[in-house]
Design a protein around this ligand. Structure first.
Ligand SMILES: C[C@@](CO)(OP(=O)(O)O)[C@H](O)COP(=O)(O)OP(=O)(O)OC[C@H]1O[C@@H](n2ccc(N)nc2=O)[C@H](O)[C@@H]1O
Ligand SMILES: Nc1ncnc2c1ncn2[C@@H]1O[C@H](COP(=O)(O)OP(=O)(O)O)[C@@H](O)[C@H]1O
Length: 284
């Protein structure tokens, strides 16, 4: 019960509507989140020293700012085992790319240490703890394709077919705060009325981000030649949707070399939860 390796998956916002701005500056939104079977790798190992260590791909983030550290710290009051932890991070997801790598790392840390440290918190408790670290953490804790409402914390599981996605990181860093504070961001999309259709949805941040970051516009224009495509979150990553892996991989091969990309399948249940269940079965 000392070691555990988990994948912290990427998420995509299949659409993102902004309905309103609240008095505290946060935005009311509606978004369909799905998780991919591709992400960062986190290796957890309990240690005798009463410390939280993070190693691996940590360059560019101070330890205290790393969401892995913040998540581990948040669980300390619930720890039943007097052990520290060493977390080894292998980063595969672009940072600040709208695929939620930081939030996913945080959620995966909460799920892993809840088990390794014997905290016994419920999924709901972990989601509430996670929300304090970032608006996207709860969706990774629940680990299901879900419609998010409120500021992103009201989650309703949503049945959506599994598809193949080609995700491209155009190599520009988009600041979420900058997008949400821009006066030109549309903020009054009416709330969804059921039944709604995917074809009637969009990403409300897309036009603004395309204008601010021409590389994002270039990426979307290129992807749209091959398949229906959109930006995820506040960018900069963009995705194209395919019914099969081969076609997605063929397009990836044609991608300009200045961009980075990957092909992955969406999963109704997050890969982290599947891996955790397998590990728990083995440890029984
Ligand atoms: C809008 C999304 C959609 O997935 O964008 P991406 O970050 O994925 O691109 C997320 O919910 C973002 O989540 P996350 O990146 O965790 O945001 P937070 O750290 O909580 O907030 C960063 C900043 O974004 C703004 N913000 C965020 C969420 C929200 N519903 N309204 C906001 O106005 C606020 O200015 C806040 O200070
Ligand atoms: N473990 C982590 N991985 C990635 N980013 C992190 C991590 N810890 C803190 N951060 C910070 O969070 C910011 C947003 O990260 P990320 O989740 O990748 O963006 P996005 O929500 O746009 O996908 C990064 O720019 C980085 O400064």
């Amino acid at each position: 019960m000392n070691k555990l390796t988990l994948t912290a998956p990427a998420k995509l916002n299949l659409f993102l509507h902004i309905n309103d701005r609240r008095a505290d500056g946060y935005h009311e939104l509606e978004s369909l989140f799905t998780m991919l079977d591709f992400g960062d790798e986190l290796r957890f190992e309990l240690i005798d020293q009463n410390e939280i260590f993070i190693c691996g791909d940590v360059a560019g983030i101070n330890k205290e700012d790393n969401l892995i550290f913040k998540a581990a710290n948040a669980l300390l009051p619930y720890r039943k085992v007097k052990k520290g932890v060493n977390v080894h991070l292998t980063k595969h997801l672009p940072m600040g790319g709208g695929v939620g790598g930081g939030s996913s790392d945080a959620a995966t840390t909460l799920l892993a240490l809840n088990t390794l440290w014997g905290c016994s918190l419920s999924i709901q408790d972990l989601a509430e703890l996670g929300l304090k670290l970032g608006a996207d953490v709860p969706v990774f804790i629940h680990g299901k394709t879900a419609l998010a409402q409120g500021v992103g914390e009201e989650l309703t599981p949503f049945e959506y077919p599994e598809k193949w996605y080609l995700v491209i990181a155009p190599g520009v860093h988009v600041s979420t705060v900058k997008v949400f504070t821009d006066p030109d961001l549309p903020r009054s999309t009416p709330k969804l009325k059921t039944p709604w259709k995917m074809a009637e949805t969009r990403n409300d941040c897309e036009e603004l981000v395309k204008k601010l970051y021409p590389e994002v516009e270039k990426t979307l224009t290129w992807l749209l030649k091959y398949a229906p495509s959109r930006m995820t979150g506040t960018g900069s990553c963009c995705f194209a949707v395919f019914d099969d892996e081969q076609t997605a991989l063929r397009v990836l091969q044609e991608m300009p070399s200045s961009w980075q990309g990957f092909v992955a399948k969406s999963a109704r249940e997050s890969i982290t939860h599947k891996q955790l269940a397998t590990w728990l079965n083995k440890e029984k």
